[in-house]
Design a protein around this ligand. Structure first.
Ligand code: GTP
Ligand code: MG
Length: 53
């Protein structure tokens, strides 16, 4: 399943930092302000639970 998530908000609130932490598990203290739009592609495997009745 493919999801597209859009981050919008005032400048400097931490959108890019949040995305970096989520996608790459790191914090970059010297991130430049984002001009326009940045696309990040990231895969995550979700645990599935199957129930039988
Ligand atoms: N102390 C602290 N600083 C943070 C945190 N998240 C982001 N910052 C700092 O806040 C500033 C702005 O973070 P960005 O992630 O660039 O914010 P942004 O929303 O992407 O900003 P724009 O690209 O200008 O729209 C940077 O100096 C970050 O280092 C946090 O959780 N704690
Ligand atoms: Mg940004």
């Amino acid at each position: 399943m493919a999801l597209k998530i859009v981050f919008v908000g005032n400048s400097g609130v931490g959108k890019s930092s949040f995305i970096h932490r989520f996608c790459y598990d790191r914090f970059l203290a010297d991130l430049n302000a984002t001009i326009g739009v940045v696309l990040v592609f990231f895969s995550v495997t979700l645990a599935q639970t199957f129930s039988s009745s």
